[in-house]
Unconditional design. Structure first.
Length: 265
């Protein structure tokens, strides 16, 4: 899976330090879940460890921290990756649907098997979220061999690993709410097609799928990265290896089951 950025998305940013303002007070260090800030002998910052959670911003009293957004991806670069064997991509987007269309229509989809679109950051209103889902479904449906590809619309919410509501155990409710809006919009417009699936991300744990279904939101799956990373770090190397293999095998089975279900429909 190749992830690309169309708009300003939290997944594609990192902190930059203004050295003129930074006093090396080190108040940012305990706030960082990835240990990008450290005080081993001297204060330092490793930008490559930052994943843009924003925890540190509220801890800096000197306004020395800010975000650097990575530039939007080039569709030609993605096409080159398709030639090298990539067959799945994930597009993170905001409400700029024109930019999405301009990017998407330049892609060579002949070898693509899976397309994923991540929507629902806190920058988007409920109306923009529903409009984005409808737009994505219509845009992908119009492409040649649409039925041969799986389309995922991922509804993002509050990140599990971010600064927003750090003690809230129901972060996934935002993602579930967004998925409910998307599912209703797709059904209303007859766009919940057999090969279009809706999943949730952001604040997700092992109970989120059951929670969504209990609330009457019939999502197809979940993205559980941050929660799972924490669980894997609690294991020894052999246990982690065994768990990863189990997850990969189960994921392959799930993907095949969804594909068979789409064909039957």
């Amino acid at each position: 899976m190749v992830s690309v950025n169309i708009d300003k998305d939290p997944h594609f940013r990192r902190i930059i330090v203004n050295e003129d303002k930074c006093t090396k007070c080190q108040l940012c260090i305990p706030s960082c879940p990835s240990a990008a800030f450290s005080d081993l002998n001297i204060f330092s910052y490793e930008a490559d460890l930052c994943f843009g959670c924003s925890n540190c911003l509220e801890y800096c009293p000197y306004d020395a921290l800010d975000f650097e957004n990575w530039s939007a991806s080039n569709p030609l670069e993605l096409n080159r990756l398709f030639l090298l064997g990539a067959s799945a991509f994930e597009i993170h987007l905001g409400a700029n649907l024109e930019a999405l269309e301009n990017f998407y229509l330049k892609l060579d989809l002949n070898s693509v098997k899976l397309e994923s679109f991540s929507i629902g950051s806190e920058k988007m209103t409920d109306l923009e979220l529903a409009e984005s889902a409808i737009f994505i479904a219509k845009m992908t449906r119009e492409q040649p061999n649409f039925e041969d590809r799986l389309i995922i619309i991922q509804c993002d919410g509050i990140p599990q690993s971010g600064a927003r509501l750090p003690n809230n155990t129901d972060k996934d409710l935002k993602s579930i709410h967004n998925a409910d809006l998307v599912l209703k919009a797709l059904k209303k417009n007859n766009l919940l097609l057999p090969n279009i699936f809706v999943q949730i991300a952001g604040g997700i744990d092992d109970k989120s799928l059951a929670k969504a279904h209990a609330l009457g939101v019939e999502i197809h799956g979940i993205a559980i990265g941050s929660w799972l990373r924490k669980k894997i770090l609690e294991l020894n190397a052999e246990e982690a290896k065994h768990l990863c293999k189990k997850i990969i095998n189960q994921s392959k089975t799930n993907a095949e089951n969804y594909r068979n279900l789409a064909v039957q429909k």
